[in-house]
Design a protein around this ligand. Sequence first.
Ligand code: NOJ
Length: 522
Amino acid sequence: MPDFLWWRDGVIYQIYPRSFADSNGNGLGDLPGITAHLDYLSDLGIDAIWLSPFYPTPDADFGYDISDHTDVDLRFGTMGDFDNLLAEAHKRNIRVVLDLVLNHTSDQHPWFLESRASRKNPKSDWYIWQDHIPNNWQSVFGGRAWTYAPEREQYFYHMFLTEQPDLNWHNPEVRQAQLDVIRFWLERGVDGFRLDVFNLYFKDAMLRNNPKKLGLRPFDQQRHIYDADRPEMIALLNELRSMMDSYTERYAVGETFIASPEKAAWYSGPGKLHAAFNFDFTFRRYNPSQFLESIQRWDQFASGEIWPNYVLSNHDIVRAASRYAKGEDDGRAKVVLAMLLTLRGTPFLYYGEEIGMRDISLKRSEILDPPGQRYWPLYKGRDACRSPMQWDDSPFAGFSTVKPWLPVHPNYATRNVAAQLEQPDSILHFTRRLISLRKEYPALQHGAITAMTPKPRKVLAYLRKTHEQTIAVVLNFSGSKESLDSAIQNSSWNLLLSSSTTVGNARSPLEPHEARILVEET
Ligand code: NOJ
């Protein structure tokens, strides 16, 4: 193992392309927009960007319904723009991870158009077709997972929208076509993939009914044992991994559908994926024992050659700052960011998280996301966490010159990159310092982790240790001043970073919602 491995020790930054930067004034972000901000990302110190889909799409699910996996949607740029982005990112030592959606396609994908046209055509078996609805399977976006197609007088299966039919991975031609997509991008020079809902690729060959359980929506009233996590997946991961390993330092992280740490760990490691997401943090309250429990549970499964990862925000969930912070105050957001960036495991940052972007609030008539339209007001969809990046205080936050596809958060006049660059105590500067500490101290990258208090009530404190270095991370989750843990009081420490501007030295009491990082004197 090399001393520094970008996907293990570095920080991966997720970009939702349509909301990052609009270079051509169509209200949607695009690839040249990202290229224009690579210096910003390089200054932030991240090691890789993961790009949510930018492929041709009818946009039923905002890019997660792909109609051509090996091209760029004209609204986002051209293949030339992609090659340029890749080259410019590599010049800055930033790796590029693509989001591959291989479980399903758009219903406008030529494969589906052909498959749907008749029961007898070369692609008739590329999707999952049945004469009658064969089982109780539900779509996670609502309703039955089976839709009737009059052309074939048959039903096809879709875990997501009707416009996102699932591919039949049991068909060897489908498998080959999908592996060809992966190879296409590897040959183009991309560094890795985020595999959308990879553990759904295979469904039970006998299409058996899922057993029932208690739950709110029909989808949650089933145990998903026949429509997810089928054993065939392992042989495929094996094949995929050998393909990835025949190139240098490539990486695949799977989006685990209905993730538990056990499951995420099961899919990761040699011969499988480099990593699979564990989203447990996103369900936790702002409470040190909640997070510690989550970390320890994950660590129990992600040990040895299985490398953990941590996520607080992404394009499917409420942003961490909206979940944890109070109003515009960033104290709590800094505490959780400090945690994310100092744990043993790859941190994933979501665009705008470094400036503490909050979710926007939308009226029912403004909702674009299909599950939001369907379940409002019980569930308002995912638009709120996808609002345009806030670059400066000019109209539309410097994101675009025209009205963007989703509204800019009204706080953009004060919460934006340009303003925060001018404020030494901004969350942006704090994030940059955290990332640079992670770069500087190998203990923060791959050092072992030990909690300092087993059941913390207010302060989460842990050590990160290699043979040569010990770092202490002390996070005050409370609104009161707290004393430092006695173990810390008793050794000699140097202060590396504090989120508070009033901290005197390494040993002073903790300020409310302070994140402090110390290094042991050698
Ligand atoms: C998971 C993605 O993260 C989500 O945005 C998308 O809607 C579904 N997969 C379907 O592709």
